[in-house]
Ligand binder design. Structure first.
Ligand SMILES: NC(=O)C1=CN([C@@H]2O[C@H](COP(=O)(O)OP(=O)(O)OC[C@H]3O[C@@H](n4cnc5c(N)ncnc54)[C@H](O)[C@@H]3O)[C@@H](O)[C@H]2O)C=CC1
Ligand SMILES: O=C(O)C(=O)COP(=O)(O)O
Length: 631
């Protein structure tokens, strides 16, 4: 058996946080063990398997990743399926103007409320009624908004590219997915950039204003030519590369700076990738197309303006914050910058007396880059599809704060999702009260190449299974790693190669909790870790090993694990006690290490036995220990 470590860097906690203390909720005890039973672990918490239903649904993806509280009544446990189909329409708040086609799509799925120009206070007051919020660049989705949502908000859709107006960290902490619409406005933004470039070079806006003021100033508005001039495209992503393509068509020499862009993509468009300093010091025109991040904040400032060619012209269709606006005014005044054309501003709208806006060598537009009819229709549909998909629980291809798991991987892993969560739930219920859980090891046995096995979803589900039964956290794919880290829980993953068919992504999953005591000592493996292992059989999760004992029970309903002297009559005795209390046994399995020594009996029960019944089981002479587990 070869073991390959695929521990994720994200899961390696560098900061030691306090250990995670399981606190049993509503636990009741029996003489021989603490029961961890907790029927109050509500179905609402099974957030990965809840769903909104849509009569017009075209969706096929099965694994749901977001909390959908209202719909949780439609959740069914595997054994007793309840009718799925109770449709509670989600509420979708649209806080800025969105194209009709997108609104229509949203209306076919949920209750859509369009409330434009909400103050931050009004947004906070409204948000706790909303499952989804759709914004453009004008709405600030702050931590306050997520706090005010009180866990109701599942998804924020940004109808456009830039997500600098959404507090992503807060969204992640609150388990709220953020999706954007990254492609539909690319051309509009690029065209606007070119419009500003050409309009600025020929003083179109200034000449227009002058004529409207009754003047005819042909000598004042002599422009500069574009052909043969060097354009530096800063940020060679979707918009930047489309600007470059168009500028090439205008006969410009295009250079680009982007630390993350592949050189061959730039070369294919006839642009040369250069360093930041080379770009800004050799360009006649500088066009900005990078996102606003801590690294790009005020990237054009007094120091960088000082390195530019005298008479340079600046275009900004990205974000106002990438320029230090006071420094730009100084650079315009001292002639380093001849002209600027700006669509975006640090504060939008900028103050009316803004020196920058009023500067005679500055052309401005009110954040119009994405504002074409075509782009707005496209963006609206793109974001509506992403938000509806997210509300249905599908993983979004445009998720900004969650791993993107391709649909084919999702459908392949679907049966293992339940197994992963149940093993997590089971393992944590075996931890003795007072033990601090810090370290969880997960081993996936598989015949697959590690590169061909994406375990992020399973890891999130194991985390969910471990944390949710003993805390108030609601965990989904968005916040699993964050909450694990916050709780001081380190989860490392290992791939164990097994020689079987690689058609099955996974043969078995083993979950081990290290350095803790167990309330069921038989669950401790040789290395002293609590260890449970399971498989998917005929699409149903099964427990196949507890500590050193092999068992084979389907992980449904509730489970009693007993360790007893391996002797005849044990099954009958325990079965009768349960039967007398009208507790129905659904399945059972006995595993032992050696004949007539010790055995572990796993009993599936449909109902939760009361304290008295559990006490009677504990009093059976040959039973050495037992535990009741709520799956
Ligand atoms: N004015 C408007 O209405 C619109 C503005 N935008 C803005 O344009 C910008 C670009 O959008 P897209 O091209 O769609 O995004 P994108 O993600 O495709 O491209 C951004 C590029 O910037 C690069 N980048 C990141 N850090 C950088 C740095 N320090 N220096 C240089 N390059 C860096 C990235 O590697 C990436 O290639 C975004 O800020 C977006 O918000 C986009 C659409 C409309
Ligand atoms: O998509 C972007 O990043 C934009 O800046 C467009 O903003 P808007 O949706 O027009 O407010």
């Amino acid at each position: 058996m070869a073991a390959t470590s695929i521990s994720s860097a994200a899961n390696k906690l560098t900061n030691q946080t306090p250990s995670f203390q399981p606190q049993e909720k509503n636990s009741h005890s029996s003489p021989t063990c603490l029961s961890f039973s907790n029927s109050s672990i509500s179905l609402q918490k099974l957030s990965f398997s809840t769903n909104f239903t849509n009569p017009n649904s075209r969706s096929s993806t099965a694994i749901n990743v977001l909390k959908t509280a209202e719909a949780s009544e439609s959740v069914s446990r595997t054994r007793d399926p309840e009718p799925v189909g109770k449709s509670t329409k989600p509420t979708i708040l649209v806080s800025e103007k969105l194209g009709e086609a997108g609104l229509d799509l949203l209306r076919s799925f949920g209750n859509v409320e369009c409330l434009y120009s909400l103050s931050q206070e009004d947004l906070c007051a409204k948000i706790s009624e909303c499952d989804a919020l759709i914004v453009r660049s004008g709405t600030k989705v702050t931590r306050q908004v997520f706090e005010a949502a009180k866990g109701k908000l599942k998804v924020v859709g940004r109808a456009g590219v830039g997500i600098d107006n959404v507090d992503l960290q807060a969204a992640t902490e609150f388990g709220c997915l953020v999706v954007n619409a990254p492609t539909a406005n690319t051309i509009a933004a690029a065209e606007h950039g070119i419009a500003l470039l050409a309009g600025m070079a020929r003083n179109v806006a200034q000449a227009d204003a002058s004529m409207k003021a009754g003047k005819w100033q042909r000598n004042k508005y002599v422009g500069v030519s574009l052909v043969g001039k060097t354009l530096a495209v800063m940020g060679f992503g979707k918009v930047g590369s489309e600007v470059a393509r168009r500028a090439k068509g205008l006969g410009m020499h295009v250079i680009a700076h982007d630390p993350y862009a592949p050189a061959d993509r730039a070369r294919a468009l006839g642009a040369e990738l250069v360093s930041f300093d080379q770009a800004i010091s050799t360009a006649d025109f500088i066009s900005l197309h990078m996102p606003l991040t801590p690294a790009t904040n005020k990237i054009l400032n007094d120091d960088t303006f000082a390195k530019m060619k005298k008479g340079v012209r600046i275009i900004n269709v990205a974000r106002g914050g990438v320029i230090d606006e006071d420094a730009l005014v100084r650079a315009l005044d001292n002639g380093i910058v001849a002209q600027a054309a700006l669509d975006v501003f640090t504060v939008e709208p900028p103050p009316q007396d803004s020196k920058l806006v009023q500067h005679e060598n500055v052309t401005v537009t009110p954040h119009l880059g994405a504002s074409t009819k075509e782009a707005q229709e496209g963006v609206a549909v793109e974001i509506a599809e992403a938000v509806v998909g997210a509300l249905r629980g599908e993983l979004s291809a445009t998720a900004v704060n969650a791993p993107m798991v391709p649909p084919e991987v999702l459908s392949e892993l679907a049966p293992y999702v339940a197994l992963a969560e149940k093993l997590g739930r089971l393992a944590v219920q075996l931890v003795a009260g007072g033990s601090g859980i810090q370290s969880v090891k997960v081993a996936y046995s598989s015949a697959r190449d590690p590169d061909n096995l994406d375990t992020r979803l399973l890891r999130a589900m194991i985390t969910k299974g471990i944390i949710e039964p003993i805390s108030d956290a609601h965990i989904n794919l968005v916040n699993a790693d964050f909450i694990a880290k916050q709780k001081g829980l380190r989860l490392s993953e290992e791939r164990v190669f097994v020689d079987s068919s690689p058609e099955n992504p996974i043969e078995s999953i083993q979950v081990q909790i290290s350095n803790v005591g167990s309330k069921f000592a038989s669950a401790l493996s040789d290395n002293g870790n609590i260890s449970v292992e399971g498989k998917v059989k005929y699409g149903v999760p099964h427990l196949t090993r507890v500590g050193p004992f092999s068992v084979d029970v389907s992980l449904e309903g509730n489970l009693i694990l007993c360790r007893q002297v391996d002797q005849p009559g044990m099954i009958g005795q325990v079965g009768s006690i349960l039967g007398e209390s009208n507790v129905n046994v659904s399945f059972m399995s006995v595993g032992r290490t050696l004949k007539r020594t010790k055995a572990v009996m796993a009993i599936g029960v449909d109902e939760e036995p009361d304290k008295e019944t559990l006490k009677k089981i504990g009093e059976v002479a040959a039973i050495e220990e037992f535990v009741f587990l709520d799956l």
